[in-house]
Design a protein around this ligand. Structure first.
Ligand code: URA
Length: 216
């Protein structure tokens, strides 16, 4: 059940909410699956790495979680780590990724030098990157040296955080996503580990789609 092997025959499960498999076939009615992974560095957030021969987040899922149609909802660079949502629910993924929704994504970023107030002001104003104006982003220091930053983005341009810091002569050494909207990375997941979303997390995802407020 939900990727775990169940050995108690008396166990009762809610078949609407749990993923129940026997001999590799799914028995429960839940149409879609929703998985959070702590993406390790070195794998790509794509469902198909055949062209480039690279390993994907779907490739490294445990065998018991794999099923047809799974893909990551949103991108992280190959060398970035942290929260990736993997699902087979295309409509939900579309909503999460829609630029109109401006869903916040939170990252912890390690830099090769401290960021200064001017950098922070440019993040908060919405900086120009190759003539394209970014939406305002939040930035705060996570350590007294200001070499560790918490950054909240409302959009996902190509290599956005790396480019934003590069504009201010800082290099991103590590980038770890900890949150997508209200969905937080489970801190107990080691790099490469994954688990199904719990009911509450799933509700957050589903409410975000139809609701007035983008809570995800
Ligand atoms: N910004 C980046 O530069 N890389 C990521 O993986 C995510 C945001």
């Amino acid at each position: 059940m939900n990727g775990q092997c169940i050995r108690q025959p008396e166990l009762r499960a809610d078949t609407e909410k749990s993923e129940i498999c026997a001999n590799g076939s799914r028995l429960s009615k839940n149409r879609f699956v929703y998985i959070m992974m702590n993406k390790p560095a070195g794998v790509i957030s794509s469902s198909d790495g055949r062209k480039t021969g690279e390993k994907t987040v779907v490739d490294i899922l445990p065998q018991s979680m794999k099923r047809r149609g799974l893909f990551p909802a949103g991108r992280l660079d190959k060398d970035s780590t942290g929260l990736v949502l993997i699902t087979d629910d295309g409509a939900l993924a579309h909503d999460i990724l829609s630029p109109k929704k401006h869903i916040d994504k939170t990252y912890i970023v390690r830099l090769d030098r401290p960021f200064d107030d001017e950098t922070a002001a440019d993040f908060e104003r919405g900086m120009l990157l190759c003539d394209e104006k970014c939406l305002p982003a939040e930035i705060s220091a996570e350590n007294p040296e200001r070499t560790l930053a918490r950054v909240v983005l409302r959009q996902g341009m190509y290599h956005q955080i790396k480019r934003m810091f590069k504009k201010h002569s800082a290099q991103v050494l590590e980038l770890h996503r900890v949150k997508m909207g209200a969905l937080e990375l489970d801190p107990s997941l080691l790099p490469g580990e994954a688990r199904y979303l719990c009911e509450k997390e799933l509700e957050l995802l589903k409410t975000a789609r139809g609701g007035e407020h983008n809570i995800l």
